[in-house]
Design a protein around this ligand. Structure first.
Ligand SMILES: [Zn+2]
Length: 291
């Protein structure tokens, strides 16, 4: 795999740099945990915390917490198996079918120009978690070999992980549902006020090639500043992919007023309709400090 993973951009650097960091992923000393890291996360119910982006029937998609490049994700069979020969044909075909969904999502979310996709089978091939197969999908950009070490270290800053998670989860959900409608909870810095539209959580309609976050920003009323995407405000379970559950959480600096039918409402206001209140509460909860 190491040889075939080479691209033009990598000719100037050692081959193993592309693959060796994955040997350390998750199993480095400080991240050591009992049991299989993939099975552990699959069994937990908290998908946002586990960085699970999507659960399908036989496999799931998870972010690599120690990515080699921004947007490094893994497609993992649910079955704890070390060799593709142990997997059911349905699992193998599902993983193949999910690949274009994931590359399309990553391309739109991150503007990447290419990918390295691969399985390391066995420790000798560089598998960090050799007992449980996992297919790496790593976005690539022109010239990224030059600044990749900077990106890689930047991406381990905890507060950025929820942002990448939210972007990827939104784009994967769009690919799977075919919906381009993205809802958003826009809060002020103290989560004291929220922007509503006709009393509801606002929504934006993205062009098919447009990032969800771009569609949101271009739909906003004037005089809102300092936008920051803070996380995912849809349901926690990544198994529930529904067109109306693509929800991002943002913060901004609010003006004194916004034009009708926009409204700036106190988040504690009892008159907010229950459905909107639930989504707003999720967005606020997601702003809690990283674990
Ligand atoms: Zn496992």
């Amino acid at each position: 795999m190491e040889g075939t993973a080479m691209t033009d951009a990598e000719h100037t650097r050692p081959t193993e740099r592309l693959w060796t960091p994955w040997r350390m992923s998750y199993i480095g000393g400080e991240t050591k945990e009992d049991g299989c890291i993939f099975c552990n996360r699959l069994q937990k119910s908290r998908d946002i915390e586990s960085l699970i982006l999507h659960r399908h029937e036989h496999s799931f998609v998870i972010m690599n917490l120690y990515p080699y490049n921004t947007g490094h994700i893994m497609l993992v069979p649910n079955q704890h198996a070390s060799d593709p020969a142990q997997l059911a044909p349905a699992a193998l075909s599902e993983m193949g079918a999910l690949l274009p969904t994931l590359t399309n999502s990553l391309r739109r979310a991150l503007g990447c120009q290419g990918f390295n996709v691969g399985l390391n089978i066995g420790a000798i091939a560089g598998a960090g978690v050799e007992a449980h197969l996992h297919q790496h999908i790593v976005p690539r950009w022109q010239g990224d070999a030059n600044f990749m070490p900077i990106l890689a270290s930047t991406m381990t800053i905890p507060e950025l992980i929820p942002v990448t998670y939210a972007k990827l989860r939104a784009e994967i959900a769009r690919e799977l549902t075919g919906s381009n409608v993205v809802r958003f909870v826009l809060l002020d810095s103290g989560s004291e006020r929220v922007l509503l539209h006709n009393g509801k959580v606002p929504e934006a309609v993205a062009n098919p090639d447009q990032q969800a976050i771009q569609a949101i920003v271009s739909s906003l009323p004037p005089h809102l500043n300092d936008f920051t995407l803070t996380g995912w405000a849809g349901l926690d379970s990544a198994a529930m992919v529904a067109p109306d559950d693509i929800v991002l959480s943002l913060t901004a600096t609010f003006p004194d007023s916004v034009p009708v039918p926009w409204q700036l409402v106190e988040t504690s206001d009892d008159s907010i309709d229950p459905a909107a209140r639930e989504i707003i509460q999720r967005a606020i909860a997601q702003r809690a400090p990283a674990r």
